[in-house]
Design a protein around this ligand. Structure first.
Ligand SMILES: C[S@@+](CC[C@H](N)C(=O)[O-])C[C@H]1O[C@@H](n2cnc3c(N)ncnc32)[C@H](O)[C@@H]1O
Length: 215
């Protein structure tokens, strides 16, 4: 179901293009934490010197391994206990991870990202999170809600700055497809809203944040 969602997300690859445009992983030893199906990793990895992707879910890691191909490393690992030595990576990416974590884990994961990042001036941590506006946030009942009210300020408190706000879309093959996928992933309210107003193309706003890894 998440793969069906991921296929609909960012159909014109604006998020990937923005990450590439900012040189988020170019020429670097990169780590993608909570990589999911590897949809960003598969596009970003060819630009990196090396690319390691990890996810807590064995199923996600298996799909990511298929999508990233054999020249990339994919492992099952949790963001709060990364199996890497201190100061291993130049660039770290956490896309749509932090808001999906239990509140109690977020600080631990951020501390781990910082621990495994090199402290050179070029080293950086990138986060991609949902913006608080947009039809998608409304559909899932989270517009201006707790997810953004907590996560974006938390990231700012940890030294992240907003680099770009991207107005992208979720584009499903049909309104029925959108209703089924978003109903499963976001709940009954989303399914009801899409039954009342069928729609296959949904506004989705996303925030790109960065912090220098040097402490
Ligand atoms: C919303 S998905 C985002 C996936 C991917 N980064 C993307 O943008 O498509 C969140 C991912 O984080 C993973 N995850 C959840 N808790 C985690 C944890 N503690 N450590 C590492 N990964 C975790 C989930 O298995 C899931 O694949």
């Amino acid at each position: 179901m998440f793969a069906a969602f991921a296929q609909a997300e960012d159909p014109d690859e604006q998020i990937t293009e923005a990450l590439l445009g900012h040189g988020a992983v170019t020429g670097c030893v990169a780590l993608d934490v909570g990589c999911g199906t590897g949809r960003f990793g598969s596009r970003l990895a060819p630009h990196a010197k090396s690319y390691v992707a990890v996810d807590a879910s064995p199923q996600m890691a298996r799909i990511a391994a298929e999508n990233l191909g054999c020249r990339r490393t994919v492992a099952i690992a949790r963001g709060e206990r990364l199996p890497f030595a201190d100061a291993t990576f130049d660039r770290i990416l956490a896309s749509f991870l932090l808001a999906n974590l239990p509140r109690s884990l977020r600080n631990q994961v951020l501390a781990e990202l910082l621990r495994v990042a090199r402290s050179s001036p070029e080293a950086a941590i990138w986060a991609v999170e949902n913006h608080w506006h947009g039809a998608f946030q409304k559909l899932r009942g989270r517009a201006g809600g707790v997810e953004n009210a907590e996560v974006l300020p938390l990231l700012r408190d940890h030294g992240f700055r907003v680099v770009e706000t991207i107005r992208t879309r979720l584009r499903f093959p049909s309104p029925e497809h959108a209703r089924v996928v978003l109903g499963m992933l976001c709940g009954e309210a989303a399914a009801c809203a899409l039954t009342e107003e069928p729609c296959a193309d949904i506004d989705h706003q996303v925030v790109l944040l960065e912090r220098a890894a040097a402490r």
